[in-house]
Design a protein around this ligand. Sequence first.
Ligand SMILES: Nc1ncnc2c1ncn2[C@@H]1O[C@H](COP(=O)(O)OP(=O)(O)OP(=O)(O)O)[C@@H](O)[C@H]1O
Length: 349
Amino acid sequence: MPERPEHPAALLTLSGVRKSFGAVHALVDGRLELRASEVHALVGENGAGKSTLVKILAGVHAPDEGVLSLDGQPRLFGGPADARAAGIAVIYQEPTLFPDLSVAENIFMGRQPLRSLRRIDTAAMRRRTSELFARLGVRMDPDRPARGLSIADQQLVEIAKALSFDARVLVMDEPTAALSGVEVERLFAVVRSLRESGSAVLFISHRFDEVFALCQRVTVMRDGRWVSTDPTEELTVGQVVRRMVGREVSQLYPKQDTQAGDVVLEVRDLTRLGVFDGVTFDVRAGRSSRSPAWSAPDGVRWSARCSAWTGTTPVRSWSAGSACPVADRVPRWPPGSRWFRRTVGSRAW
Ligand SMILES: Nc1ncnc2c1ncn2[C@@H]1O[C@H](COP(=O)(O)OP(=O)(O)OP(=O)(O)O)[C@@H](O)[C@H]1O
């Protein structure tokens, strides 16, 4: 059996990619190199440009500048159908299947195998679906309706669909965000089998334990720019975080903030029965570029909706909560945003 080359040729490359939305420069220097048989992590803070890069791979956005190559050949996608035909599939965090169609019908939607008189060959569709699941090492009834499938199962249907059109590049955009521990393990097994079969998987995650457990290389992005690409085994979590944020983490969360202004919002022991309990925090004037310090007592459940504003226009919002730590979620502020609002939400996580 021939040995696998140490550095297989790139399956897909992006170089010098720029993409702006009006005055917002989402990608300034997007770069990526995906090799066959690798799981490649793409990490960066919120707003680093990861989703924009994914949308360029998926044919949703055309780059303003730069080149996307497949097998060394430059490609221009006119839309998602072109990217899919070229073998690039994107698996989103929460897939959107047709709930009233079966699993098999969802996979072959618009491409159903036909028999005589152009009638749909349901037996062939069912058989091919079972074969796809067998390749993934997954058990699922092709005839069951998509309605009621867990998010994890819906993702598996999407992955089977990607295989059905011979996708060689699978992009997974925070696929584990809504999965349980057992479901994450099952997804990892599927991803590893995709890698074994020669696919390239781009894995976007904020969870470093997953990145280090699953991925062979890591690309870091910051402020729309490529920062680095390295084998995971040559990196530590601290190095990745420093590259993502562009400074020492201790500078991000200083023990004493001498620049903070007066307290403009003070919340003490805010409680909504059955929803959250004992939420305490201050917001100080002049803290427009960083998350304010939080002090929720241990064990307290809380949730918050946060927004960044430019003038009177909300430009970005996100949720945080005790089940989803602020440090994990707070994005970099968009350029030009000067003010923020934070409200304690009324819904439990
Ligand atoms: N369609 C759009 N119109 C205007 N601005 C956009 C658009 N899409 C993205 N942006 C902006 O481009 C920048 C990069 O966003 P992008 O979503 O690519 O980052 P990201 O790294 O994927 O962040 P997240 O993890 O929060 O999704 C952000 O400032 C974002 O607000």
